[in-house]
Design a protein. Structure first.
Length: 639
């Protein structure tokens, strides 16, 4: 098992061992780590005196873990302000893949003779790359004999109330579940990738089309989506004239593009509807606008047409609305992306890179790019192998909610992507082209999509301010394997094989930026070329990507060469890529006897190209030239 597959026992409590001991002693489990008293309810105030802890068998005569399996009706919010968690649970009920992850041994946790009830249950949650198994007893807070927090609509079904208790234990108490983002709970219960989307950031029709594409693909990949309408303390839970409730989190259960007409008529009809199916987990008020049940739009469509078009809902708080109305009313969405990593799939598949990291003192918590200490952060290299690719990046910090009683808050976090040297293996100390930065937000996790050209890149996750310490997990998804790995050392290490060439220690470094070439000459006059460069030094070679159909290519690629023989010249050859045999176009020499000239970081100069014909008369100058920037230093930790 890898570091991302292991499960750990929260507080060191092993469910199977504890249950076996209880059965042996003939006692019901009472959790000493999360006792049924006021300390498990609140961290900031005293608990009301009328709250009584009761086991399910003391509440109803015939308690059950499940009744008819898991459904979205199993979750009703109680007096706790955790609608974000309730909405996430409602999304969870849509797919058995997810609840089976968080409820291990679910058949053994039922009230029956076979399960040997002992008042002990356990659930699993994903936290920053690790599955955590949380054990609880089944003492639940009640008032007047009824559960006061999350519960099922069926009074003798208790799995949802027990799930909420396990989640509260993970954070220290029930109060710590007040206010939050549905995406965080969804990630905790699936191991997926969370994204927060603000609809007001997608204003133009082109942007809205792209947003619908993202939501539709996410839904088709069985990702989980929750939507809400922003509210203040004064209008929280206000009901809008359209029937939607401010501050509540709704589940998005389907995203469809529906062609108007049915049967053969739909094949010739280019007009279509972009539709969203949503659920109010609490029931009560419901959408009453266009396409709501009983609306003029809905009545115009026959039942057979609704079925053929896929316009179905289950009547338990579900409703349809147009995508335009959805964007008009809902202000934000939480998406838990379930990434398709299968090698055998008809849908879009991804390749994943993921690393665990830590911002720590003294030299790995440098803050964002506003600070000179920016490069004193963890650094990671990745590669884009396709000509162009849209990657997805997720950065998630360890949740500070567990320490809310100590005043802890999540850091403002973000990441920056820079162009990297083609052969970068050691930590960078200067900035190349910045490709993407941010957003830096006060959130447990951030997510972004970035379009990148083929090449090697550096990603630096950071807190906004320097000096903040904590753990994080960085995940990246691309069409090809991104080969994500950390840059650990500032320079080659003494005694390491990778720091030597033929047993000789590296003592200097030469950094070359190959900016462009101009005026190249193709083998066939009047034709273009697909040129690339080959750098040769001390018996080694490195090739740049080729540029298509040009005699004036722009590469803007950089290489950093760690040297054991710094006085030896460096040769850069230019070649034309062909199907059968590549054509040699010329070379330049970087004379290293004048290495004292290569100290400026801003000097870009043109080097003439030559052709070595292998004859006694020596080299012949070729048309064109290479524009290079060369830096040489004995301080290998400075580049």
């Amino acid at each position: 098992m890898g570091i991302f597959d292991n499960t750990i026992h929260f507080k060191g409590q092993n469910y199977h061992v504890l249950k076996k001991n209880c059965i042996k002693k003939g006692t019901l489990f009472t959790d000493p780590e999360f006792p049924p008293n006021a300390s498990s309810l609140y961290f900031s105030r005293r608990a009301p005196s009328d709250i009584v802890w009761k086991r399910p068998g003391e509440i109803v005569p015939d308690p059950k873990f499940f009744i008819g399996g898991v459904s979205s009706d199993d979750f009703s919010q109680g007096t706790l302000g955790n609608c974000w968690f309730v909405a996430a649970c409602a999304c969870l009920g849509q797919d058995s893949r997810f609840w089976k992850k968080i409820i291990p041994d679910y058949e053994e946790q039922e009230w029956n003779e076979k399960s040997k009830y002992a008042g002990i249950f356990h659930f699993k949650f994903w936290r920053c790359g690790t599955w955590i198994d949380v054990v609880i007893d089944d003492c639940l807070p009640t008032r007047n004999g009824r559960l006061i927090y999350m519960h099922s609509k069926t009074r003798n079904e208790f799995w949802s109330a027990l799930l909420e208790k396990a989640y509260a234990k993970l954070f220290g108490d029930y109060e710590s579940l007040t206010a939050g983002n549905a995406k965080d709970a969804l990630v905790d219960m699936t191991g997926g990738v969370g994204e927060r989307v603000s609809t007001d950031e997608w204003k133009t029709e082109e942007q809205r089309t792209d947003l619908f594409r993202i939501l539709r693909h996410s839904s088709e990949n069985r990702s989980l989506i929750s939507a809400s309408i922003a509210a203040t303390a004064n209008d929280h839970e206000d009901v809008l004239p359209c029937g939607l409730v401010k501050g509540h989190a709704y589940s998005v259960t389907a995203v469809k593009k529906i062609k108007l007409g049915t049967g053969l008529f739909s094949l010739f009809n280019r007009e279509s509807l972009r539709m969203m199916r949503c659920r109010n987990p609490w029931g009560g008020t419901e959408w009453n606008g266009a396409w709501s049940d009983g609306s003029p739009e809905w009545k115009k469509v026959s039942e057979s047409q609704k079925k053929e078009m896929g316009l179905t809902f289950d009547d338990n708080g579900e409703f349809w609305m147009s995508f335009e109305d959805f964007c008009r009313y809902f202000t934000s969405m939480d998406i838990c992306h379930i990434i398709n990593l299968s090698f055998f799939s008809l849908k879009k598949t991804w390749r994943e890179g993921k690393v665990k990291g830590t911002w720590k003192r003294p030299d790995r918590c440098g803050g964002c790019g506003n600070y000179n200490s920016f490069f004193n952060n963890p650094q990671y290299i990745f590669d884009i192998e396709d000509d162009e690719d849209e990657i997805m990046v997720s950065l998630e910090q360890s949740d500070k909610r567990v320490d809310r009683d100590k005043g802890a808050e999540n850091f403002i976090i973000g990441f920056t992507i820079l162009k990297a040297d083609m052969n970068r293996k050691y930590r960078m100390h200067d900035r190349l082209e910045r490709i993407a930065s941010g957003p830096f937000v006060n959130s447990r996790s951030i997510f972004n999509r970035v379009k990148l050209k083929k090449g090697r890149y550096l990603i630096i996750p950071s807190t906004f301010d320097p000096g903040n310490v904590g753990d994080f997990i960085l995940r990246m998804y691309a069409s090809s394997n991104p080969n994500l790995f950390e840059l650990v050392h500032d320079e080659p290490q003494p005694g390491k094989c990778c720091a030597q060439i033929y047993g000789r220690k590296k003592v200097a470094v030469t950094q070359i930026t190959i900016a462009k070439a101009e005026g190249l000459e193709a083998q066939d006059k009047g034709k273009s070329a697909d040129p690339y460069c080959v750098i040769k030094w001390e018996g080694r070679t490195l090739r740049t990507p080729h540029k298509e159909n040009t005699l004036n290519p722009d590469w803007n690629e950089r290489v950093t060469l760690y040297r054991s023989s710094p006085n030896k010249d460096i040769i850069i050859e230019v070649w034309n890529q062909n199907i059968i045999k590549d054509q040699f176009m010329g070379f330049v020499t970087i004379p290293m006897e004048r290495k004292q000239e290569y100290t400026s970081r801003i000097t870009l100069r043109k080097y003439n190209m030559f052709e070595n014909r292998g004859k006694k008369e020596g080299v012949v100058q070729k048309p064109g030239g290479l524009w290079l920037k060369v830096i040489h230093t004995d301080d290998m930790s400075s580049v």
